[in-house]
Design a protein. Sequence first.
Length: 617
Amino acid sequence: MCGIVGYVGSRPATAIVIDGLQHLEYRGYDSAGIAVLQDGAIHVRRDAGKLSNLIKLLAQQPIDGHLALGHTRWATHGKPNQQNAHPHSDASGEIVVVQNGIVENYRELRESLQAEGIDFRSETDTEVIVHLLALNYSAAGGLAEAVRKTLGYLKGPSAIVAMTSREPDRLVAARLGNAGGVAIGLGSGETFVASDIPAILEHTRRMIFLEDGQYAVITPAGAQIATLDGQPVAAEIHDIPWNPVSAAKGEYRHFMQKEIFEQARSITDTMRGRVDFDSGEMILEQLRLSRERARSFDRIVTVACGTSAYAGLVGEFLLEHIARIPTDVDYASEFRYRDPIIDERTLLLAITQSGETVDTLAAVEEARNKGAFVVSIVNAIGSQAARISDGVITMRCGPEIGVASTKAFTASVVDQYLLALALAQARDSIGPAHRRRLVDDLAHLPRLMGQVLDQSPAGNAVYLDLAERFHGYRNFLFLGRGINYPIALEGALKLKEISYIHAEGYPAGEMKHGPIALIDREMPVVAIAVQDSVYDKMISQIEQVKARHGIVIAIATEGDDFIASKADHVITVPKAPSLLTPVLSVLPLQRLAYEIAVWRGADVDQPRNLAKSVTVE
Ligand code: AGP
């Protein structure tokens, strides 16, 4: 997804914008550029490839000033090259714009602009925006009004920021639909704009988040917000609780590595203040769900994508077992196309770390239109999902920078556990003693996770050994059963998305219905075989793999001496209540995927073709 950073104030702007873009590199991109107002004129520097190329270009051809706008582009229309990189300028070079999202009607706009004699210099959809701004500017009497009018021509989700040499003290930002966030940072005598919090967090924690259909005039004094039909908006100023350090790598080699190892702490943060371990009560203050409404639900439908969908599959077990409510999980990208049967007795649960995934947001809109009560489990503060939901449970795991989701996964599983307990409390689904036990089980979770996340040389040895042995294999099969079946899916996704090794997750019982044909010495099998109600079945699956000369890496329970006689390699996790084992059994799979990817020299934090938040369909 594209990254945007803008600055207006009294400090040198180039370094602030470039540093901000570096904090957004994790979002995935393939070209970068910056526009700076210097000596009354706008100067643009752009290049394909990584930000380092732009930094080199700036060293050769420096520009600086107090108004600047930068962008990292994830190509949708037009190859990743210099002329398609943002910012884009109008013919006069006096107006520039950057965009996140897609202009769905750009062809017809481009044709009508070309018919008026306007030359296009790029293959992008974005360029139509800057030419429309130029066309509207004089009649509109200024950039803000030109932006407001221009957005009226656009179809599709867009987040844009524009500047002009004619108005040296401002940027104008606007948001249309769900094309990723627009955060406005309020400094003293300076103001920032960015597509995500980490880009500007070191400068200010006071932020405003633009909503769909709003635009902002951004000056050193602050930001004036209005709707696109011209109504002023008194926007809420959020005080971001994250500190800049939590958005930095620290002593870790990659953000993903840091985020894997901080999960014992992040789970503690997820639970803090929400579980009254004395009374056993849940305190989910943003859920905004009345007891009466909670008792009215006859089903839960969970919608999410990728890792968040797999967290939802774990949650299905938690919600059915604890809250006793029938629960289905649907890929958000499929949900709205099957005309789902949803009504006011449905609880729609959306799980989304970024809160900006366009498929998940569209699924939420679909469910809202059919009367469902919508709860979002979200990590990113000020994101669209939180705004359009009836109730919110934040993951509180701090900024997740690595494209491959790790701590957000475990946080969203625990959030569903808390939701299930809150629903059980409201509906008297299970007895108080049973509920009490389930609450007590949570207290041990961070300690148990810490045991699996042992970073000592002894704790790392098994992963380094397995990475050395298996980094060259081209295919993996992950098998799990019951509540650990989704963990097999998640483990396969982790491996494939950062190491580019083909990996499939499968319900273990399905292996004999096809995948067993694949088993041979060239296809390692990771089997989650913790000591739970389906352990014996997993042992027989492992035997079936071994009988066909397969290689088995087992995730087992500490103290299980038997499994070593069955599997080739064993990684253990502490014994835990069955409903919480997924939070433990996923950790070795995250670590294994990470070490294999490092062995392969992969770009762990920014895997090719991937984005941290998918804001295009
Ligand atoms: C997970 O490692 C992937 N990066 C991806 O599947 C991600 O989980 C998915 O795009 C959903 O993102 P969200 O949670 O921000 O909605």
